[in-house]
Design a protein around this ligand. Structure first.
Ligand code: ZN
Length: 417
């Protein structure tokens, strides 16, 4: 569905003009702000962007119009990392963690990601879709228009194909635009297969089946000592590339596992987490095409002071994206909160984090050709926030800033409606 819509008199229009590559270095924080800005959408596409009076002189036809006085208008937020399809509830584990229990103790008490996998395998299809749809509603209310969704809580071929199928079915329950990722080598199986044997099965059997199924656009791989070591991840990256499926990597989330290097050398589109990536590895690799996806809320949930060296990635000319990481461990739904936490936790400026959650995130999902910025020709996807300046995202912690979310010229979320 696509519509005509004018948005006028935005206090700040956050254009983030797309120059044809992800933002890096000094440009990471360039928002291309315009005051008293307008966006003109016809048949779902942006046809005009500029100062309100000037643009209205050119487009004088009567169409539905939003007066965004006092508001900041951003490109529709792109959430590029989520795991929304699972069963079970793990809130008790967080309590145990706060009380000082180790991950091993929690696993022995019946928790951990493995417990999610067992519960997900047992759950009925409808239950899983309902749960995902609940997550989508909350993520949408946080201003997102495009959401990446991963499988990964199945860990057998049959279950992974099922989760991808259910994710696609779940698209009927939300106006969010979903992008599907196959996450096969997620954690080490605990019911027989070794990481080596499951990784081989993924390469030889599951990946071809996923490709045949035709839902997943990306293949995500964990590179973490204790789960899938760097050599195993490198083999998966290589096979995926040969089979024509672009890759991403969960890298260095809980230990220095050579994850960043493995992702870059394996030609991954993005590497996510990077909490434990050593500075020396970031420096010796330098500028890359691989985008660093940083997850400040996930890091805080670990209750560990360690954090990704966001500033060093930017200094080294690595494009940085920001994501929330909704998953079975913690159900964070607000990308705006991730932006503000990227400031306080990772010391990005609000502008750097906003670019990370719009244009650079669109590059992560290979959707940069039609979203992530307010440029003529792109989709009319935008997020209207109740703040005069976009920097206020960084300081309005927990405030419900989102007034409207627009997808292809259609209002898909209205605050208070
Ligand atoms: Zn993840």
């Amino acid at each position: 569905m696509s519509s005509d819509l004018n948005i006028i008199h935005a206090s700040h229009l956050v254009r983030i003009q797309d120059s044809g590559e992800p933002r890096r270095g000094d440009l990471q924080g360039e928002l291309n702000l315009l005051t008293d800005g307008a966006v003109i959408i016809r048949q779902g596409r942006i046809v005009g962007v500029g100062e309100t009076q000037k643009v209205l002189n050119e487009f004088s036809d009567a169409v539905p119009t939003i007066d965004a006085s006092g508001m900041s208008v951003l490109p529709g937020l792109v959430e590029c990392h989520s795991h929304p399809i699972f069963a079970g509830r793990r809130h008790w584990e967080y309590v145990r963690k706060i009380q000082g229990a180790t991950s091993r103790q929690i696993r022995e008490e019946g928790g951990g990601i493995w417990s999610t996998i067992l519960a997900t395998r047992e759950a009925e299809d409808g239950q899983l879709i309902d749960r995902a749809a609940e997550a989508y509603a909350k993520i949408l209310a946080g201003g997102v228009t495009t959401l990446e969704v991963k499988s990964g809580y199945g860990l057998t071929m049959e279950q992974e194909l099922r989760l991808l199928r259910l994710l696609r079915e779940s698209a009927g329950r939300t106006p969010l635009d979903l992008v599907y990722t196959f996450l096969g080598a997620h954690i080490a199986p605990q019911d027989g297969p070794t990481p080596e044997s499951w990784a081989r099965e993924v390469r030889e059997t599951v990946l071809p089946a996923v490709r045949k199924q035709g839902i997943a656009e990306f293949h995500d791989i964990s590179c973490e000592d204790g789960d899938y070591s760097a050599p195993l991840a490198a083999d998966l990256l290589k096979d995926s590339r040969q089979q024509g499926i672009p890759t991403r990597v969960h890298a260095d989330a809980s230990s220095d596992s050579r994850g960043w290097r493995t992702a870059v050398e394996g030609g991954a589109v993005a590497a996510d987490h990077l909490t434990y990536t050593p500075d020396e590895e970031i420096r010796s690799i330098g500028a890359t095409e691989t985008i660093a996806v940083l997850l400040p809320i996930a890091e805080q949930f670990y209750l560990d002071p360690r954090r990704a060296n966001a500033r060093l990635f930017i200094q080294e000319q690595v494009p940085v994206a920001i994501a929330t990481d909704y998953c079975s461990s913690f159900q964070a739904t607000s990308l705006l909160l991730s932006i503000s936490q990227a400031c306080s936790w990772l010391r990005l400026t609000p502008a750097e984090a906003i670019v990370g959650a719009t244009l650079n995130a669109a590059y992560v999902l290979k959707r940069n050709h039609d979203r992530g910025s307010l440029d003529i020709g792109k989709r009319g996807d935008l997020t209207i926030l109740d703040c005069v300046h976009p920097n206020e995202i960084g300081v309005s912690i927990g405030a419900p800033l989102v007034r409207q979310v627009v997808s292809q010229g259609q209002v898909i979320y209205q605050y208070g409606a």
